[in-house]
Design a protein around this ligand. Structure first.
Ligand code: ZN
Length: 247
């Protein structure tokens, strides 16, 4: 099965539309959204209504839960600009968007792969950003393969010969395909709506469960349009500025 992996669209409809055009070129058998539909960007309802039609599985991210006022993610657990964006989003979310987010879990399973927004042991909040955190997850949870989002950084972590290794997948041009290494693996397709690895292009992933390969693709999109909407609609200007540099 070819699985399209979309994560962290964060209300950036311009990035999402560019990625979905690329998804249409690749034509995966199924598409999954790993969460954080909302927060940071200016188009939460548009992103939700677009993705709910496209993704067979959708997960709730920490920003989605915070917008819903879930006790799992109190607003003071977010930094100042993220919290401001949550308050902005709460004031604009339609009841249909809210009902959709309320219907989501933060973890699922597909073709033997554990899917979580954040990490296998903490599907809502933990950032699997380094091998130490990956090691803790391999130790505590019984899974062979997992896919997570949340960091907005494409990455692969794996167990080989008893050690945990791996890290960020560096700027593919325009894509990087790797065979799944080791005996156990955690994959991250990077972020669609707010990349944070110094590459402003939107990032999404393709998992081939038969050939056991993982591909990250980076897609240009009209960043200036996403920035203009953020500023015009009164979100913090830093949220516009960071899109230009991918931080
Ligand atoms: Zn996120």
């Amino acid at each position: 099965m070819i699985i399209g992996l979309i994560s962290d669209p964060h209300a950036n409809i311009h990035a999402l539309e560019a990625v979905l055009q690329d998804v249409d070129r690749v034509r995966p058998d199924i598409s999954v959204c790993l969460g954080d539909f909302v927060g940071y960007g200016a188009f939460p309802n548009e992103v939700i209504s677009t993705l709910r039609e496209r993704c067979a599985i959708s997960l709730a991210g920490n920003h989605d839960l915070c917008v819903l006022e879930s006790p799992l993610v109190p607003i003071d657990s977010l930094n100042e600009v993220a919290a401001e964006a949550v308050l902005w989003t709460r004031g604009r979310l339609t009841s249909a968007s809210r009902d959709f987010l309320l219907s989501l879990s933060s973890r699922a399973e597909l073709e033997g792969f554990q899917l979580a927004h954040a990490s296998p042991r903490d599907p809502v909040m933990e950032y699997v950003i380094d091998a130490v955190t990956a090691y803790a997850n391999f130790e505590q949870e019984d899974f062979e393969a997992a896919v997570v989002g949340h960091t907005h950084v494409p990455a692969v972590f794996y167990v080989a010969n008893g050690d945990v290794d791996g890290g960020r997948i560096v700027s593919p041009e325009p894509e990087a395909t790797i065979g799944l290494p080791g005996s156990r693996v955690i994959l991250n397709p990077g972020g669609v709506g707010q990349p944070r690895d110094g590459d402003p292009r939107a990032s999404w992933g393709i998992l081939d469960t038969i050939s056991r390969t993982f591909t990250v693709r980076r897609i240009e999109y009209p960043v200036a349009q996403a920035q203009a909407a953020i500023v015009e609609l009164g979100l913090p200007s830093f949220l516009a500025e960071r899109l230009a540099v991918g931080i």
